[in-house]
Design a protein. Sequence first.
Lengths: 245, 94
Amino acid sequence: MTLRLVLMLSAGLLMLPAQASAMHISEGILPAWWAIFWFALAAPFVAWGVKRMTACKAADPAYLPLVGIFGAAVFVFSCFPIPVPVAGCTSHPAGTGLSAILLGGPASVVVAFVSLLLQALFLAHGGLTTLGGNTFSMGVLGSFGGLAAFRLGRMMRTNLFWAGFMAGLASDLLTYLGTSLELALALHGNQSIWLVLGQIYLAFMPTQVPLAILEGVVIGSILVYVEKHRPDILRKMKVIKESGA
Amino acid sequence: MRRVMVLLFIALSLPVFSAVAEEQQPKWPGVDEAVVEKYARELGREARDPYINTDQGDLLLFLFALSGTVGGFIMGYCWHKVFVVGKLSRNSEE
């Protein structure tokens, strides 16, 4: 009952419209060569994801509604500015940890790419020239980092909630690490890359740590909900073993 | 009476002070403004306007409301399909 209430409140909050300002690197910040480099790095992951999604859809038509739920969730999560009182700023979660667990890592990259493209085109959020960089940080690092943390959690025999929590935490913090790395590599000038990377990443922390914890709680709660109501989905996506362990 | 007057004065002046403070520094900036664009500017790079600039008046608010509604509808529709209809059909199969 409490879980349902938390989920309903979270869903209600997600529906609130507001102007987003967040981790996406804005239009024009990355120099042309770096923009091309990140596009080239992200493109194979997007292609792999499209191939995996087509295969999963052909194997099981029930995969599509899952893409609908978690694809829309990533879109809404990643343009939903949450005020963080300790930092006095707003920022947003990534959501790709959740989609990576329930749709698979490659499909989660596609979902992130489509979300970022729509936001760049219509919501003045992120940018078309920085789409490759943003896809790499939120899509690739967020998805695969979150998935790795989830699997690590399961290997450590934590329950589904805590493994989901670890995935949320990792996907959020790795997304922002990716953003910091992209900025540091492109703009460090005469300064040390590591120094610039550290400065930018540390500047993200007061806003991002509370949000990463929140994202972890949301992902953990959703996984527990899915396990309770549709454990077959978790078994199908190999999130839990056939025995339910 | 004097105490009431002082309290009343403070209460009435607060909105004025907060308005001045708001002009000096916008409240609740996004982390892109506070971190990404700030560091980019310090390192010699400025953000430019988006190619399709929807940040004009209430247009952006409209688009955010629209995308929230559409995203919410898709999520809710698919959620119903998976966790309500799907659960019922799964239970009847069992």
